[in-house]
Design a protein around this ligand. Sequence first.
Ligand SMILES: [Zn+2]
Length: 144
Amino acid sequence: MNTKTKRRKGKKLTDKEKWRIWRQRVFKRDRFTCQLCGQRGGYIEPHHIKRKFDYPKLRYNVHNGITLCGRCHKMVTGYEDEWVDVLNKIKKKKLTLKVWNTFWQNMSSALKTQVKKLKREKIYEHIKNRIAGWKQRQKKSRIQ
Ligand SMILES: [Zn+2]
């Protein structure tokens, strides 16, 4: 660490420091796993669910962050608005298969093309399996 990045005593955190802390918290919560395709570790990035440009106050809010791998991030970038609802629900483990299928079928054709270029099948299946997993856990906790 050079003197430039070293934290100065008593001074407020710089934007860069705030961003680093935010990023680390998002990664930790998501266990360093891409929340769309399930890639664990490797190259991952934090994504702002609501665009930081439109919601500057949420820039360093952990609840507005989600971990994505480089490829999935590329897929979401430029289509942030379309993804907001689904990503928020994934983060809260509250996505249903119905909402997921509706989103998947009704995404704009531009986004469809974008998704196709990347790993369409993998993402669809991964989220489907996660939804099934959440359901099962909910069932179990209801029985107990
Ligand atoms: Zn991914």
